[in-house]
Design a protein around this ligand. Structure first.
Ligand SMILES: CSC[C@H]1O[C@H](OP(=O)(O)O)[C@H](O)[C@@H]1O
Ligand SMILES: Nc1ncnc2[nH]cnc12
Length: 292
């Protein structure tokens, strides 16, 4: 086995990864409650994967109901070293038609009804989100997508909206003016929480629609999104298998593995020990270093 354990968060239309071998289901509980579903642990070749369908099998959870803290905490508990998220996205750009895949590298967070941090209550950290995705994993995932036959665009800004309703036309035009390239409802606070958990995160978005900013095009509807996802689904699954094939054999350290060294601000003598205990593997590394 390699040193990688890749957590895969599957978005709308991606509720299983059939290439996984030696599969076992893990029921994991966290201080934030249960994740979206049981985790599916397996391997492809020598690479370990842990798969989690973001909305649960059968798509039971709305974007607001997805418990991102539980999901990221559960993936950390399951031993993940990195997280690759796959999502359906709307396009805010003419040159990103349905069927294109985008390796997202920036976010604008417009979500308002979600818990966005593991920290607080006696243990405070301020992580940098200046560069919110891991360039190493994002580049590898983009190459895997190309090998899977996807039309891949490297880089793009994702606007995270609360939903579950799609945008008004005025909002869609506004987000274009802000410089957003694609839109979705789920990657925030997921990406922020992955960073707090010291897990390098990348997001491959699969364009399903042109949202509603184009006057000559039907506005987005779920049935069109799902039809496009069925068309993209096989490529998304192949992308995961290709990623396993191209990952370097040994995982070298990422700067994201140790972000809490700088970000954790609470003095060790004032850390709330019960809170630290509940965060488990998210803070055990950095606290052991400071205790020592
Ligand atoms: C089914 S259309 C809207 C839905 O799809 C996207 O979810 P995900 O990112 O999990 O693929 C979008 O963010 C909305 O939640
Ligand atoms: N147009 C859109 N807006 C928000 N989330 C989406 N997911 C897929 N298409 C979307």
């Amino acid at each position: 086995m390699t040193g990688w354990t890749i957590g895969i968060i599957g978005g709308s239309g991606l509720y299983a990864i059939d290439a996984l071998e030696d599969v076992e289901r893990l029921v994991v509980d966290t201080p934030w409650g249960a994740p979206s579903d049981t985790l599916v642990r397996g391997r492809i070749g020598a690479v370990r994967f842990v798969f989690l369908p973001r909305h649960g099998r059968g798509h039971r959870l709305s974007p607001t109901e997805v418990n991102a803290r539980a999901n990221i905490h559960a993936l950390k508990l399951a031993g993940c070293t990195d997280i690759l998220a796959l999502s359906a996205i709307g396009s805010l750009r003419e040159e990103l038609p349905p069927g294109h895949f985008v390796a997202v590298d920036q976010f604008i967070d417009r979500t308002v009804h979600r818990d966005t941090s593991f920290f607080g209550a006696g243990l405070i950290a301020h992580v940098s989100m200046a560069d919110p995705v891991c360039p190493r994993l994002s580049t590898l995932a983009a190459h895997a997508g190309e090998r899977a036959g996807a039309r891949m665009v490297h880089g793009g800004t994702y606007l995270a909206m609360e939903g579950p309703q799609f945008s008004t036309r005025a909002e869609s035009h506004l987000y274009r003016q802000w410089g957003a390239d694609v839109i979705g409802m789920t990657a925030m606070p997921e990406a922020k929480l992955a960073r707090e958990a010291e897990l390098p995160y990348a997001l491959i978005g699969m364009v399903t629609d042109y949202d509603c900013w184009r006057e000559d095009e039907a506005h987005v509807e779920v049935d069109a999104v799902l039809a496009q996802l069925v068309a993209n689904g096989a490529k998304a699954r192949t992308l995961v298998a290709e990623l396993a094939a191209i990952l370097p054999e040994a995982r070298t350290a990422s700067p994201i593995d140790t972000v809490l060294d700088q970000a954790l601000i609470t003095h060790i003598s004032h850390v709330d020990r019960a809170k630290a205990e509940s965060l488990g593997p998210i803070v055990s590394r950095v606290l052991a270093k400071r205790d020592g």
